[in-house]
Design a protein around this ligand. Sequence first.
Ligand code: IPE
Ligand code: IPE
Ligand code: MG
Length: 243
Amino acid sequence: MPTQGMTAADFPVLPRHVGIIMDGNGRWAKKHKLAIAFGHRTGTETLREIIRHTDDLGIGSLSLYAFSTENWRRSDDEVAALMQLILDFFASEIDELDEKHVRITILGDKDRLPQRQRDTLIEAERRTGANTGLRLNIAINYGGRAELVRAARSLAEDARAGNLDPDAIDEDALAARLYTAGQPDVDLLIRTSGEMRLSNFLLWQCAYAEFIFPEKLWPDFTVADYDAALQEFARRSRRFGGR
Ligand code: IPE
Ligand code: IPE
Ligand code: MG
């Protein structure tokens, strides 16, 4: 079934890179008197639609915040439910994503994840690594500060080994060591559920992002809501410090 929604020609300009903080699953579950895990599961339905529509519109990069370095603080049950959803999501989606030439990149430290999740994510990256379509970045065990520390450490190691002159370290050199290396900065950052904060997501990449905060909870967020955010983005005047 084709995704409902607008087409690329309906927008005077589209972002090259969209970031989404998929927030509100817990409140959605509570509102419907359902288990939290069901809120997260329903959220993956939204996720599927939004990925499809992003691909249909020809947007180059989509970064989704699925699990932060701080989300380990949740109950064991909730963390287990989220870990299971990671396996289920890739099992059900990887064939279609690969067929559509989507290239998957995991943002975050996979080493701290359980073995099965780690293997699944590594395999998804390997299988889609040469694809040239949508760049789909999924942030799992991701923190923006941790990403910057990792990049700084990598620069320092190369400097110590004598392969890098510290004077040659510039913004491009640092950006090249982020998980998003080679991709444009985030143009549009959407966070659902009315919360207005970054929660440690893509700190570097969002330096000049436009922010849009729809009130809807993530499981209720639709392709039409996404199109509305993209239209709002097209109306924004971006100056990057100039006139
Ligand atoms: C976002 O939904 C999904 C994850 C953090 C994994 P929440 O679970 O944070 O939803 P709220 O904020 O409690 O409503
Ligand atoms: C951010 O949402 C992480 C994800 C959406 C995966 P949280 O719900 O965890 O963020 P805080 O705790 O409200 O800042
Ligand atoms: Mg939340």
